[in-house]
Write a protein that binds this ligand. Structure first.
Ligand code: HAS
Length: 533
């Protein structure tokens, strides 16, 4: 619960910043008291992209491991608490610097924009804290394996370990960037920074980051949703295979965020684009698995015809409805990702507000709606209360408001991006340029959609507060589905992390050794820091 409280405080503050942003970008509103647009944008990105996600994920994962592998030992709990406090202290440090207007560098903190060193140190602590907390979760799973030799470990715990392993390997990149480049540079110990190297290290981490958000949502889809709809997990092996593929392919693909970067040789971009297409496969496996789960559950309840099973899904249950809408939105959202990853099309959309539209569909809809759906049972389960009919009805309304708001905001971002509007920029009419006039109506639409989303946040937080302190006391189930009896036995290799780590290391070395060697070997002078806000 401690993690979840921090997460939803971040949701409120970050969501408020989001509302201010869409209003400013509509061109009809200006920020009061000299508050800068980029300051608000940094608050928004850091609090929602980094803090809300990481804290909710850890709250959920700790509960998931403890529910499926057994209660955490005192040592594991202590490590969990140390991790929590280190992360929280880091958050406070980074937040303080942003609020003091010393770090308006956005959540990607691209050099040569230079923030105060305390901002970088704060974010480093968030990562170090997450290593400590993640270790505690993995230790419980290892203990389970020792206590139950030669048995397949609980699926949900296995998934948590995969996510933490991916996170650990990915964060090594950003840790190297901050420790060896940004911190010494912001402290004045070195004068210049190698921009291309810093971005490459960031994106080594940055794409795995998006799967660190997505995989907990997939945990809910694979293991929780089947129980809520009265079905079974379609296949334990398929679910594990999908997670292993994410571990393997999430990291050696970061260069697809740098397809327009001049300093990276096109042949390495080609390799990483191929690997990016590989990382779409586990999502396609997941889509297949979810359809199979829905259909089998529907047919077991007597559904007939090709699509009769759709009618048997529990549409009135917010614990299902919110994640389901997340899945549905992931179909266009994922297709947009494939557009981004395709080198030629990336030239059109890169650095336009299309990309902002893409990640509001993926993380801010697919992932967040699944987290909302999970909170509807997890919070009352942990607080000893029940998710009442009235709160469930509000949860359905909340989901509809969210989907409508996001459909308006995100589709207008996609279209405006195709018309050339930049991302990461405050409102401007660009000196009355003709092209900028074509964006105006889409910017107003974004303000309308963004306002609906803010209303969605308020409704969700109302439900959350009720579930924490005011809903009737009782027992709410932690729903975990069983594996279908028809599923094949899980091959032991899927749990053999030694094999996967070797392949992962090989893929990373192939994808990154030469580009990084090349970047360092041909490094220009480097850049001094800039503070443009
Ligand atoms: Fe992305 C940029 C490529 C997925 C987030 N992405 C971003 C940024 C973020 C982000 C935050 O290649 C901006 C970063 C920044 O600040 O610069 N993305 C992809 C690809 C995928 C992808 C190939 N992204 C995500 C996910 C995210 C996320 C997931 C967050 C959670 N993305 C890119 C690229 C860029 C990028 C480039 C850089 C662009 C640039 O130039 O700057 C893939 O993983 C997508 C695969 C997904 C699918 C969909 C499968 C569908 C499923 C739903 C099934 C539905 C069911 C419902 C079962 C293939 C699983 C049943 C329905 C019934 C009707 C019954």
């Amino acid at each position: 619960m401690a993690h979840i409280y921090v997460a939803f405080i971040a949701l409120f503050l970050g969501g408020t910043a989001g509302l201010l942003q869409v209003l400013v970008r509509s061109g009809h509103f200006e920020l009061p008291f000299g508050i800068g647009y980029y300051q608000v944008l940094t608050v928004h990105g850091v609090l929602l992209g980094l803090i809300l996600t990481t804290f909710f994920i850890y709250g959920f994962q700790i509960a998931a491991v403890s529910r499926t592998s057994g209660t955490l030992s005192n040592k594991q709990r202590l490590l969990g608490w140390i991790g929590f406090w280190v992360m929280t202290a880091g958050t406070a440090m980074a937040a303080a610097m942003v609020l003091l207007n010393e770090a308006s560098v956005l959540y990607t903190f691209y050099a040569p924009l230079q923030a105060h060193w305390i901002y970088y140190l704060g974010l480093t602590l968030v990562i170090v804290g997450s290593w400590i907390g993640g270790l505690a979760q993995a230790m419980r799973w290892i203990q389970w394996r020792k206590e139950n030799p030669k048995q397949t470990s609980p699926l949900l715990s296995f998934m948590v370990v995969c996510n933490n392993l991916m996170w650990f390997v990915a964060t090594l990149g950003v840790a190297a960037e901050v420790l060896f480049q940004l911190l010494p540079w912001s402290l004045g110990l070195v004068e210049r920074v190698d921009i291309l190297l810093s971005r490459t290290l960031f994106w080594y981490f940055g794409h795995a980051l998006v799967y660190f958000w997505l995989l907990p949502a997939y945990m809910v889809w694979y293991t929780i949703i089947p129980k809520i709809i009265g079905g079974k997990i379609f296949s334990d092996s398929l679910a594990r295979l999908a997670f292993i593929l994410f571990v393997l392919f999430s990291i050696p693909v970061g260069v697809h965020h740098q397809l327009t970067e001049p300093g990276i040789d096109p042949s390495w971009k080609y390799v990483q684009v191929v690997l990016t297409m590989m990382v779409s496969i586990p999502s396609l496996l997941t889509a297949f698995s979810m359809f199979a789960t829905f259909e089998l559950a529907g047919r077991s309840k007597g559904a007939k015809g090709l699509f009769g099973w759709l009618k048997k899904l529990p549409w009135g249950d917010a614990r299902f409805f919110a994640p389901f809408m997340g899945m549905l939105i992931f179909i266009p959202a994922g297709a947009g990702g494939i557009v981004n990853a395709s080198n030629q099309m990336n030239q059109l959309i890169h650095n336009t507000i299309w990309v902002t539209g893409h990640f509001h569909l993926t993380v801010a809809t697919t992932v967040i709606l699944t987290f909302f759906g999970a909170a509807y049972w997890l919070v009352p389960h942990l607080r000893g209360r029940v998710f009442t009919k009235e709160l469930n009805r509000l949860g359905i309304i909340q989901t509809i408001v969210w989907v409508v708001g996001m459909a308006i905001m995100s589709s207008s971002m996609h279209i405006e991006g195709l018309l050339g509007a930049p991302r990461r920029s405050a409102f401007s009419d660009y000196g009355g340029a003709e092209i900028a006039k074509t964006w105006a109506s889409y910017q107003v639409a974004q303000a309308v959609g963004g306002t609906l989303l803010f209303i969605g946040i308020i409704i969700f937080l109302y439900i959350f507060v009720k579930l924490c302190w005011f809903a009737p006391k009782g027992e709410e189930e932690f729903p975990i589905a069983e594996i279908s009896p028809q599923a094949e036995k899980t091959p032991a290799i899927l749990e053999n992390f030694k094999v996967w780590l070797v392949i992962l290391a090989a893929l990373i070395l192939i994808a990154y050794t030469f580009p990084i060697y090349d970047i360092i070997q041909n490094a220009p002078l480097g850049s001094k820091g800039f503070k443009l806000w």
